[in-house]
Design a protein around this ligand. Structure first.
Ligand SMILES: [Zn+2]
Length: 86
């Protein structure tokens, strides 16, 4: 499952993105990872303009589209905070 847009994928549809931490910790080889849609189309999945290659559709959401988009950007911001933390 993509950790940004929470779309469930077949195993090939999601990939681990690994980023070096900012600053000296990154130069020492420390990284942080997040599972993302392999095609980076989180925005399209959230808006229903693309469907994952699974037999079932994207799980039903109780949030509005705006709330889902806010959650997506919040998840991405949280990841970037992890990259730049410290
Ligand atoms: Zn995604």
């Amino acid at each position: 499952m993509c950790q940004v847009c929470l779309t469930a994928h077949a195993s090939s549809g999601v990939t681990l993105l690994v980023a070096p931490l900012a600053g000296s910790r990154g130069r020492e080889g420390n990284t942080v990872g997040i599972y993302l849609c392999a095609d980076l189309a989180c925005s399209l999945y959230v808006r229903g303009r693309r469907q994952p290659k699974l037999r079932h559709r994207r799980h039903e959401e109780s949030l509005t589209l705006d709330e889902q988009v806010a959650r997506l950007t919040g998840n991405l911001d949280a990841f970037l905070d992890r990259v730049t933390a410290g």
